[in-house]
Design a protein around this ligand. Structure first.
Ligand code: NAI
Length: 301
């Protein structure tokens, strides 16, 4: 079964280069009308120009596709409102939002200024929340929406020098964990991508030989599925070099350590059981964990 986006309208943020450009081109090849958003700044978030977005729009048009450029910053309320208005005025609906824009300000935590932390959280987390908020009611009214956020192995697992980026990147996962529940009744599905690709963002962190293997084009097929009609919801897709895997949070089975005679020593003495993941399980919502706690505390009834 082929995945097509005919009649669908997609916004891709940060689509002037790297992964976003690849996602935007492939959406257009598969029939979507695309809004190519990019601030066109440098890797650390300074500066800006609409050249990057315009260039990708030209590439899409050369393929015979339909696209418009938007040079707003995803952190700017008026700019985001303008991007959504421009999309509605031009194409009349919004089916897909790919939150992809991002910057880096790497430093070990001891050397990091709070301003570098704040800016990275603003771009990745609030720069995902603001466009999502701006399209949310439109998708609810349509009874259809596909939202993707871009997380990272740094958010899921950690990476030296990226406390700011990791906090923001796990933040977007926390965001969709609830958004997927709130979107369910209106057929809005929300997923996260954890990519690995050789781009402007990572080129000096990777050997040059990695360029061919870690192309953005080797990630994009996973994105097409995550924003398709048959998309799952609440999933984290890890993708790079043509490899695809799913990540999730899970919790160990847990152990009831008693009511009246609890102590820190009892927790320490039972650490092995507490942290035994052999019967670990994932949850679709927080309340499922509370249910398990009740069950264990009342002897499994
Ligand atoms: P990139 O630097 O090539 O692309 C990011 C784009 O976002 C740039 O074109 C930039 O101009 C744009 N942008 C930055 N701030 C913006 C803002 N405020 N408003 C609008 N556009 C803005 O980097 P890449 O690698 O393509 O990154 C795409 C996404 O994937 C980012 O969210 C990044 O954190 C994430 N990611 C990338 C990985 C990789 O291995 N390349 C690994 C994990 C996550």
């Amino acid at each position: 079964m082929s995945i097509r986006f005919d009649g669908k309208v997609a916004i891709v943020t940060g689509a002037g280069g790297g992964l976003g450009r690849s996602h935007a081109l492939e959406l257009a090849r598969r029939g979507a009308k695309v809004v190519v958003n990019d601030l066109g700044g440098s890797r650390d978030g300074s500066g800006g120009s609409s050249d990057a977005a315009n260039k990708v729009v030209e590439e899409i048009k050369a393929l015979g596709g339909e696209a418009i450029a938007n040079g707003s910053s995803v952190t700017d309320d008026a700019g985001v409102a303008h991007m959504v208005k421009q999309t509605m005025d031009t194409f009349g609906r919004i089916d897909i939002l790919i939150n992809n824009a991002g910057i880096l300000r790497d430093k070990s935590f001891s050397k990091m200024e709070i301003a570098d932390f704040q800016l990275v959280v603003d771009v990745h987390l609030m720069g995902t929340v603001k466009p999502t908020k701006a399209v949310w009611q439109i998708m609810r009214d349509q009874g259809y929406g596909r939202i993707m956020v871009t997380t990272s192995s740094t958010g899921l697992y950690g990476n030296f020098g990226q406390t700011n980026y990791g906090a923001a990147k796990l933040g977007v996962v926390g965001f969709i964990n609830t958004l997927k529940l709130e979107g369910q009744k209106d057929n809005i599905r929300c997923n996260a991508l954890a990519p690995v690709a050789y781009t402007r963002m990572t080129s000096d962190l990777m050997p040059p030989e990695a360029e061919k293997m870690l192309s953005p084009e080797s990630v994009t097929p996973g994105v097409m599925f995550l924003v398709s009609e048959d998309a799952p919801t609440g999933m984290i897709l890890c993708a790079g070099a043509g490899v695809f895997a799913a990540a999730r949070m899970e919790e160990s089975e847990g152990v009831f350590l008693g009511g009246d005679d609890l102590s820190a020593e009892k927790v320490a003495a039972n650490w092995e059981k507490i942290s035994d993941f052999s019967n670990a399980a994932p949850y679709f919502m927080g309340g499922e964990q509370t249910g398990k706690f009740f069950k264990l505390a009342t002897g499994g009834k």
